[in-house]
Design a protein around this ligand. Structure first.
Ligand SMILES: Cc1cc2nc3c(=O)[nH]c(=O)nc-3n(C[C@H](O)[C@H](O)[C@H](O)COP(=O)(O)OP(=O)(O)OC[C@H]3O[C@@H](n4cnc5c(N)ncnc54)[C@H](O)[C@@H]3O)c2cc1C
Length: 531
């Protein structure tokens, strides 16, 4: 039996080595923690699933020191267009538009290339220990550590490892979730889709084939998704997804003859290589609990959604981005273990909203009935269809509350863009390192802060950053040359905002008095969670 004085093998063990586990390991390594990952497969999963990644995660990768990798594997997304059976546009989601993070809303990625690049990065880190062909068969914990039993699939031997914490990033059929007896709630979506990935012949593009760049063909005779699949070594991937119709069986959907029949109208065999096809059951499931003492669930192990919003992997990466800075605070002895409860409090309502939005998009396309589809078209053409809801933000957890409710913009992602500082132009995050940051506009004079507020700022390690208009001549400030930060603050009626180390806004203030209240509330909340 091990007690708290004895050393564990690793600080954190992660089960699974999908994108969520890889990014999580890199985030932990960056903060100096020793991580082991156990993956039952012998290599990085070679087939694509996710094809897009949103602005927030691109920013996160940059902030985590993986900016070059993010830039290399992503490409700007086209407009996401939804058509009816007559190719009349029902809906258009502008993924090319500017986002709060300063880049486009969405970028496209080839998931295996992304994961291979992450894997190469991991190999360069001395503190990450990836074990392949090691299947987790049991997890258990005491008050002080977690214990994992894994089976080495090459030698058939079982081995036991210990760590301070464990993250179950082991996908939809999570053994970690099962072994903790954690149940899931079904939000009510289920549809089977055949996913087909095609590598275009040299030199061919979607345009040559007369394809829409990215969209949904909401034809009740065969609801179809047509999207880019990213690029790899100069080759262009294209993805089709075909909904299984009520009269078709799962077995017939995966026959190669059926795949060829479905692809028939879209692409000829000589125009490229059919790399894979697989039938997926798109579900909307959420784990009822995300933490059991020292064990956490993240990624598909915690939630599943239909892919129409391109958010499954993004949501998983958002999970570990939220969790790791908190785990770091607790493992380094700065915060109490209760701080880790805010992981589920913040992430779960957020993801439920994202799942519901994905289901809403699914409800537009997954209509195999002609009269229902006609009613849908009518709604869109008469302007009666509800637009997609705005992207959610955190509604609880470590954010400023007023009368029990989050005080907006508390819980939103902070704005980001290209700025100028001391005669250099770069990303804001290059100048302002992650940490508790009080962002103020030019009208606020730091000198006018009360002595007690100055003391709280210093005691709680809060960095103050003054953002000036792009026309400002004062080079000591951050100059908002892309016009991302100050317009956001004006839109929310604030002159100051306190940003957490994960780039989320703790709270905002609209006056000097409000700023004093903001800093006081933040420090009070800090003292509840931090030592
Ligand atoms: C058709 C399709 C399209 C999609 N499009 C998008 C998109 O555009 N954008 C987006 O963000 N998301 C998208 N997604 C979702 C995205 O692919 C997943 O959410 C993401 O891959 C989940 O990552 P993960 O790391 O949580 O799990 P996984 O990638 O499933 O990784 C889990 C790993 O755990 C391993 N494992 C499981 N059990 C054990 C065990 N007992 N021991 C050891 N190892 C184990 C598995 O082998 C696996 O490698 C799409 C999904 C599909 C199916």
């Amino acid at each position: 039996m091990m007690n708290s004085e004895q050393k564990v093998d690793f600080d954190v063990i992660q089960i699974g080595y999908g994108p969520v586990s890889k990014v999580s390991a890199l985030l932990l390594d960056r903060l100096g923690w020793k991580v082991a990952t156990f993956e039952r497969h012998g290599e990085v999963y070679p087939l694509p699933r996710a094809v897009c990644i949103d602005h927030e995660l691109v920013r996160v990768l940059h902030a985590a020191g993986l900016g070059a990798l993010a830039d290399e594997v992503t490409e700007p997304a086209p407009i996401y267009r939804w058509f009816n059976a007559e190719w009349k546009e029902l809906l258009s989601i502008d993924w090319t538009a500017g986002s709060v993070s300063g880049g486009t809303e969405v970028t496209f990625v080839h998931q295996p290339k992304f994961e291979t690049s992450l894997n190469a990065e991991i190999k360069r880190r001395a503190n990450i220990f990836p074990f392949f062909e090691h299947e987790c068969i049991e997890v258990s914990q005491t008050d002080d550590f977690v214990k994992v039993v894994v089976k080495d699939l090459t030698s058939e031997q079982t081995k036991t490892y210990t760590a301070s914490y464990l993250i179950g990033a082991d996908g939809a059929n999570s053994v970690v979730r099962e072994s903790l007896g954690i149940t899931r709630t079904d939000l009510g979506f289920e549809a089977d889709w055949l996913v087909v990935d095609f590598l275009l012949a040299d030199g061919l593009t979607a345009k040559d084939l007369g394809l829409i760049e990215c969209g949904q063909f909401c034809n009740p005779k065969r609801p179809t998704t047509i999207v880019p699949g990213g690029q790899e070594d100069g080759k262009i991937w294209r993805r089709w997804e075909f909904m299984r119709l009520p009269h078709e069986t799962k077995e017939e959907m995966v026959q190669e003859s059926k795949v060829r029949e479905l692809l028939g109208d879209w692409i000829k065999p000589e125009q490229g290589e059919l790399v894979r096809h697989a039938l997926y059951s798109f579900r909307s499931l959420i784990s009822d609990s995300w933490r059991d003492n020292r064990i956490f669930l993240a990624g598909d192990a915690a939630h599943l959604m239909p892919p129409f919003m391109g958010q499954g992997m993004c949501a998983g990466l958002r999970d570990v981005w939220n969790l790791i800075w908190k785990l770091d605070a607790v493992m380094s002895g700065r915060a109490h273990s209760e701080f880790l409860d805010t992981y589920e409090i913040e992430r779960k309502p957020h993801i439920i909203e994202v799942i519901k939005q994905s289901m809403f998009l699914g409800s537009i396309i997954c209509i195999p009935d002609e009269s229902e589809a006609a009613k849908r078209d009518e709604m869109y053409f008469n302007g009666e269809a509800p637009p997609p809801a705005p992207f959610p933000y955190f509604v609880g957890g470590f954010i400023q509350h007023k009368d029990g409710k989050p005080k907006l913009p508390a819980g939103k992602l902070s704005p980001h863009g290209t700025v100028r500082h001391q005669r250099r132009t770069a990303r804001y995050d290059n100048f302002v390192k992650l940490g508790n940051t009080l962002v103020i506009n030019e009208r606020i004079d730091e000198e006018s802060f009360s002595e007690s507020i100055k003391e709280l700022i210093s005691e709680n390690n809060i960095k103050t950053v003054q953002v000036a208009d792009k026309t400002s001549a004062d080079d000591s400030h951050i100059s908002d040359i892309q016009g991302q930060i100050l317009p956001f603050m004006r839109e929310h009626g604030i002159c100051a905002m306190l940003v957490r180390p994960d780039l989320y806004i703790y709270g905002g203030a609209n006056s000097l008095g409000g700023l004093h209240e903001l800093v006081t509330d933040f420090c009070n909340d800090m003292s509840a969670y931090f030592k």
